[in-house]
Design a protein around this ligand. Sequence first.
Ligand SMILES: [Zn+2]
Length: 237
Amino acid sequence: MKVKRLKRANRLLTFFKYNYRFVPPYRVLVDGTFCQAALTEKLNLAEQIPKYLTEETHLMTTKCVLDELEKIGPLLYGALVIAKQFEIAECPHKTPIAAADCLSHLARRAASGKTKYLIATQHDELTEKLRTIVGTPIMYIKFKTILLDNISEATKSGASKDEEEIKRLKQLKKEIMGPSDALQKKKKKKKAGGVNPLSCKKKIMKASVETVRTGERTATGKRKRTKKKKKDTVELD
Ligand SMILES: [Zn+2]
């Protein structure tokens, strides 16, 4: 199960890497709902998220997220303590806005900008919104584990243009490199089949002796000699 989970994460991250230029260290934007879930499930985010993404990771939040948690007060105090440990990702909201709006704003900006974010949230409405923003990876907690959301339709269709281009290039490469690839495979096959001198040394020795003998006895030797003689005689005549 663990391996499957990590393999899936790796596959999803590779998709974002190639299609949306996500490069480690990854920036994970965390909101209050995610911190709260981590608290109730007793997950150490600073430890578990980099483990899950298998890359260096910066856990981040925004001032809007902290402001909202502070406003809610004692009920989410634990989540606030967790969120406060993270780096602050700059957002343009001088007067804090709702955390969900702030994160979707940053996600939208990230889609077209260089700074990429993975967004970690348990907020259903925000998740739905994020699924419409092309190229946004979403993380959530379920059954005491951190998971990446499946690639959204918007993100898939945004990538499909690039995928078509990649397919076209791969086809082109095949057309150009095809024969050499085939040759390499043949070479490998020969090596694998032919080289086993230690295990069948005797057989090889016997075989080679026999072929030499038969070669001497059969027509090849005689023919060569006769040809030479004939040639010589022709030349001499
Ligand atoms: Zn903000």
